[in-house]
Write a protein that binds this ligand. Structure first.
Ligand SMILES: [Zn+2]
Length: 173
Protein backbone atom coordinates (compact mmCIF):
# COMPACT_ATOMS: atom_id res chain seq x y z
CA UNK A 1 0.00 0.00 0.00
CA UNK A 2 2.79 2.34 0.96
CA UNK A 3 4.49 1.50 -2.32
CA UNK A 4 1.35 2.18 -4.33
CA UNK A 5 1.01 5.50 -2.69
CA UNK A 6 4.55 6.56 -3.43
CA UNK A 7 4.21 5.31 -7.01
CA UNK A 8 1.13 7.43 -7.55
CA UNK A 9 2.84 10.30 -5.79
CA UNK A 10 5.74 9.97 -8.21
CA UNK A 11 3.29 9.89 -11.08
CA UNK A 12 1.70 13.10 -9.82
CA UNK A 13 5.08 14.74 -9.47
CA UNK A 14 6.00 13.80 -13.03
CA UNK A 15 2.65 15.03 -14.30
CA UNK A 16 3.19 18.31 -12.49
CA UNK A 17 6.57 18.76 -14.11
CA UNK A 18 5.15 18.21 -17.58
CA UNK A 19 1.88 20.05 -17.20
CA UNK A 20 1.40 23.69 -18.13
CA UNK A 21 0.46 24.56 -14.55
CA UNK A 22 3.98 25.41 -13.52
CA UNK A 23 4.34 27.16 -10.22
CA UNK A 24 5.23 30.65 -11.47
CA UNK A 25 2.14 30.66 -13.67
CA UNK A 26 -0.02 29.55 -10.74
CA UNK A 27 1.28 32.45 -8.65
CA UNK A 28 0.17 34.91 -11.31
CA UNK A 29 -3.18 33.21 -11.86
CA UNK A 30 -4.04 33.05 -8.18
CA UNK A 31 -3.10 36.66 -7.60
CA UNK A 32 -5.01 37.99 -10.62
CA UNK A 33 -8.07 35.99 -9.65
CA UNK A 34 -8.00 37.28 -6.06
CA UNK A 35 -7.68 40.84 -7.33
CA UNK A 36 -10.77 40.45 -9.50
CA UNK A 37 -9.12 40.08 -12.89
CA UNK A 38 -10.74 37.46 -15.08
CA UNK A 39 -8.77 35.58 -17.67
CA UNK A 40 -8.77 32.62 -19.99
CA UNK A 41 -6.05 30.03 -20.16
CA UNK A 42 -4.09 29.24 -23.31
CA UNK A 43 -6.10 30.75 -26.11
CA UNK A 44 -5.24 28.35 -28.93
CA UNK A 45 -6.19 30.65 -31.76
CA UNK A 46 -3.73 33.32 -30.70
CA UNK A 47 -0.10 33.18 -31.85
CA UNK A 48 2.29 31.69 -29.31
CA UNK A 49 -0.50 30.29 -27.10
CA UNK A 50 -0.26 32.89 -24.34
CA UNK A 51 -0.47 31.52 -20.80
CA UNK A 52 -3.23 33.93 -19.79
CA UNK A 53 -5.54 36.05 -21.91
CA UNK A 54 -7.47 39.00 -20.48
CA UNK A 55 -9.89 39.93 -23.21
CA UNK A 56 -11.26 43.00 -21.46
CA UNK A 57 -7.72 44.38 -21.33
CA UNK A 58 -6.74 43.13 -24.80
CA UNK A 59 -3.75 41.66 -23.03
CA UNK A 60 -1.80 38.44 -23.30
CA UNK A 61 0.43 37.39 -20.44
CA UNK A 62 3.37 35.08 -20.87
CA UNK A 63 4.97 33.59 -17.77
CA UNK A 64 8.41 32.61 -18.98
CA UNK A 65 11.03 30.33 -17.52
CA UNK A 66 14.36 32.19 -17.45
CA UNK A 67 16.32 29.30 -18.93
CA UNK A 68 14.04 28.17 -21.77
CA UNK A 69 13.31 31.67 -22.94
CA UNK A 70 16.83 32.99 -22.34
CA UNK A 71 16.07 35.84 -19.97
CA UNK A 72 18.44 38.75 -20.55
CA UNK A 73 18.74 41.65 -18.13
CA UNK A 74 20.70 44.86 -18.19
CA UNK A 75 23.75 45.31 -16.03
CA UNK A 76 25.62 48.63 -16.22
CA UNK A 77 24.00 49.21 -19.59
CA UNK A 78 25.01 45.84 -21.01
CA UNK A 79 22.76 42.86 -21.73
CA UNK A 80 23.67 39.88 -19.54
CA UNK A 81 21.98 36.58 -18.82
CA UNK A 82 19.73 36.63 -15.75
CA UNK A 83 21.23 34.59 -12.94
CA UNK A 84 18.63 31.84 -13.39
CA UNK A 85 19.63 31.44 -17.03
CA UNK A 86 22.74 29.32 -16.67
CA UNK A 87 24.11 27.38 -19.61
CA UNK A 88 24.69 23.71 -18.87
CA UNK A 89 28.37 22.75 -18.97
CA UNK A 90 27.84 20.20 -21.75
CA UNK A 91 26.24 20.48 -25.20
CA UNK A 92 26.47 24.24 -25.05
CA UNK A 93 26.00 24.74 -28.78
CA UNK A 94 22.85 22.65 -28.71
CA UNK A 95 21.36 24.60 -25.82
CA UNK A 96 22.47 27.95 -27.19
CA UNK A 97 20.76 27.22 -30.53
CA UNK A 98 17.62 25.98 -28.88
CA UNK A 99 17.33 29.01 -26.61
CA UNK A 100 18.14 31.43 -29.42
CA UNK A 101 15.30 29.90 -31.44
CA UNK A 102 12.95 30.35 -28.48
CA UNK A 103 14.01 33.98 -28.12
CA UNK A 104 13.41 34.58 -31.83
CA UNK A 105 10.01 32.93 -31.67
CA UNK A 106 9.02 34.97 -28.60
CA UNK A 107 9.88 38.15 -30.48
CA UNK A 108 7.88 37.11 -33.57
CA UNK A 109 4.88 36.10 -31.48
CA UNK A 110 4.83 39.43 -29.65
CA UNK A 111 5.07 41.32 -32.91
CA UNK A 112 2.16 39.35 -34.39
CA UNK A 113 0.02 39.88 -31.31
CA UNK A 114 0.79 43.60 -31.31
CA UNK A 115 -0.25 43.80 -34.97
CA UNK A 116 -3.53 42.12 -33.99
CA UNK A 117 -4.08 44.82 -31.38
CA UNK A 118 -3.07 42.84 -28.30
CA UNK A 119 -0.86 44.06 -25.50
CA UNK A 120 1.79 41.59 -24.38
CA UNK A 121 3.16 41.31 -20.89
CA UNK A 122 6.02 38.94 -20.10
CA UNK A 123 6.59 37.95 -16.52
CA UNK A 124 9.83 36.17 -15.80
CA UNK A 125 10.23 33.32 -13.37
CA UNK A 126 12.92 35.23 -11.46
CA UNK A 127 10.54 38.16 -10.97
CA UNK A 128 8.23 35.85 -9.04
CA UNK A 129 10.82 34.70 -6.51
CA UNK A 130 9.65 35.67 -3.00
CA UNK A 131 11.84 38.78 -2.70
CA UNK A 132 10.48 40.33 -5.91
CA UNK A 133 7.05 38.76 -6.14
CA UNK A 134 4.95 41.50 -4.57
CA UNK A 135 6.56 44.31 -6.57
CA UNK A 136 6.13 42.32 -9.79
CA UNK A 137 2.46 41.61 -9.17
CA UNK A 138 1.69 45.17 -8.12
CA UNK A 139 3.40 46.45 -11.24
CA UNK A 140 1.35 43.99 -13.32
CA UNK A 141 -1.84 45.34 -11.78
CA UNK A 142 -0.72 48.90 -12.43
CA UNK A 143 0.03 48.08 -16.07
CA UNK A 144 -3.34 46.39 -16.60
CA UNK A 145 -5.23 49.33 -15.10
CA UNK A 146 -3.17 51.71 -17.19
CA UNK A 147 -4.01 49.77 -20.35
CA UNK A 148 -7.72 49.93 -19.55
CA UNK A 149 -7.53 53.63 -18.83
CA UNK A 150 -5.70 54.33 -22.10
CA UNK A 151 -8.29 52.32 -24.04
CA UNK A 152 -11.06 54.21 -22.28
CA UNK A 153 -9.45 57.52 -23.21
CA UNK A 154 -9.05 56.46 -26.83
CA UNK A 155 -12.67 55.32 -27.10
CA UNK A 156 -14.07 58.38 -25.33
CA UNK A 157 -11.69 61.18 -26.36
CA UNK A 158 -14.18 64.00 -25.66
CA UNK A 159 -15.79 62.79 -22.48
CA UNK A 160 -12.50 62.24 -20.75
CA UNK A 161 -10.95 64.67 -18.33
CA UNK A 162 -9.18 64.37 -15.00
CA UNK A 163 -12.41 64.28 -13.03
CA UNK A 164 -13.29 60.98 -14.72
CA UNK A 165 -10.08 59.39 -13.61
CA UNK A 166 -11.24 58.08 -10.25
CA UNK A 167 -14.56 57.08 -11.76
CA UNK A 168 -12.86 55.03 -14.48
CA UNK A 169 -10.57 53.37 -11.97
CA UNK A 170 -13.47 52.42 -9.73
CA UNK A 171 -15.78 50.95 -12.35
CA UNK A 172 -12.93 48.79 -13.54
CA UNK A 173 -13.10 46.54 -10.47
ZN1 LIG B 1 15.23 35.74 -15.06
Amino acid sequence: MADNHSASQRHNNMAAIHSKDTKPEMIVRKWLWNRGFRYRLTHRRLPGKPDLVLRKYRTCIFVNGCFWHGHMVEENGNPVACRFFKMPKTNQTFWQNKISRNQERDKEVQLKLAQMGWHCITIWECELKPARREATLLSLEYTLNHILLEDFKRLHPYSFDDSNLSFAAETER
